[in-house]
Design a protein around this ligand. Structure first.
Ligand SMILES: CC(C)(COP(=O)(O)OP(=O)(O)OC[C@H]1O[C@@H](n2cnc3c(N)ncnc32)[C@H](O)[C@@H]1OP(=O)(O)O)[C@@H](O)C(=O)NCCC(=O)NCCS
Length: 305
């Protein structure tokens, strides 16, 4: 019975017309998410996030329609340094395994035309992982998300800004993260050009044996959900700013815990410290009570761009 039903649904998807179009009516997407809120890997906060990101010119929302009824959605954002970001993918349960998810992602990639595009997926979400892999996305690393409630240091400050590209690429954590850092929640790949631009802007620093790429962001609370945005997003949207957040991506020339603690207490003078790193980070793993396991980062490389 199950197989027959699946066949019929597959057949329906195959023969009926499905349009994938740009969507400006977010209430359609909200309804689709609400109808699936009981499912794992469906997050209502995506709808709140969309209310913010859809205000950006660089972000488009796409919807799959059958007879004017929404059956799937996705959003795509062109992010800093011309990297792409994809999120909010959902296909109505009755229309799965009919290629709708694939079409939505292809539409998003066609719009983005970015050399590298990223997404986060729960490691346990096998259907989504298989779908992304079938379209050329590769798993890079599992995130570890840590919030430190450190008091700021009034004492010895260890920080300087003299870091070279070669030094960073040889540091522990660089290869492990595929050269990816988080700037304001979203991933960016550190090429030499990106690195020197960040350095010029004072976002690359060193404390003893630790190199850190940092970003000053803000917490935003929307309908009870908490998000962290940097200026790239905040300069273009209307939201009420919450507390200051210092985001830290650590790399290790020498993995010394005291240097890490000194760095955190220095950065705590600028806001609450959030550390983005990878599962297996030898220094941050010592503070696991401050950390939550994060999603898998997947990367798509468009060789034509
Ligand atoms: C993940 C999701 C979007 C897939 O949508 P979909 O329309 O069913 O995907 P497609 O039909 O385009 O699938 C394309 C390929 O992905 C893989 N795939 C999709 N669903 C799968 C499943 N349940 N099991 C194994 N592989 C699966 C297959 O390789 C499939 O190709 P095939 O059908 O020829 O074997 C859908 O299951 C969904 O909405 N899930 C809940 C929300 C979610 O997890 N979103 C992603 C968050 S990161």
């Amino acid at each position: 019975m199950g197989i027959r039903l699946f066949y019929i649904e597959y057949y329906i998807c195959d023969v009926i017309d499905i349009d994938v179009v740009e969507c400006s009516d977010l209430s359609l997407i909200a309804k689709l998410f609400k109808a699936h809120e009981d499912e794992p890997f469906v997050y209502l906060e995506d709808v709140q996030l969309l209310r913010v990101l859809s205000q950006l010119k660089s972000c488009k929302v796409f919807i799959a329609m059958v007879d004017n009824v929404p059956i799937g959605c996705i959003y795509a954002m062109k992010y800093m340094y011309n990297y792409g970001w994809i999120g909010g993918l959902l296909v109505h349960r009755r229309f799965r395994r009919g290629g709708v998810g694939k079409r939505l992602i292809k539409k998003a990639l066609e719009f983005l035309k970015t050399p590298y595009t990223y997404l986060f997926v729960e490691p346990e979400n096998i259907p989504a992982r298989k779908l992304f892999e079938s379209l050329g996305f590769n798993p890079i690393y599992k995130r570890l998300n840590c919030t430190f409630y450190t008091s700021s240091s009034g004492g010895y400050v260890c920080v300087n800004y003299d870091v070279g590209w070669e030094e960073l690429t040889e540091a522990l954590g660089f290869r492990e993260r595929g050269g990816i850092v988080n700037l304001g929640y979203y991933p960016v790949k550190l090429t030499e050009n990106v690195f020197y631009d960040l350095r010029r802007r004072g976002k690359v620093l060193r404390c003893g044996g630790i190199i850190a790429i940092i970003e000053n962001s803000h917490r935003i609370i929307l309908n009870g959900f908490s998000f962290t945005f940097n200026d790239y997003v905040l300069e273009n949207v209307t939201v009420t700013l919450g507390e200051s957040i210092v985001e830290v991506n650590p790399f290790y020339i020498k993995h010394k815990t005291p240097d890490f603690v000194r760095l955190l207490s220095y950065l705590a003078t600028h806001g609450k410290v959030v550390v983005w790193t990878y599962e297996g980070d030898p220094v941050v793993s010592k503070f696991l009570s401050e950390c939550l396991p994060g999603a898998l980062v997947m990367e798509h490389r468009d060789i034509l761009q």
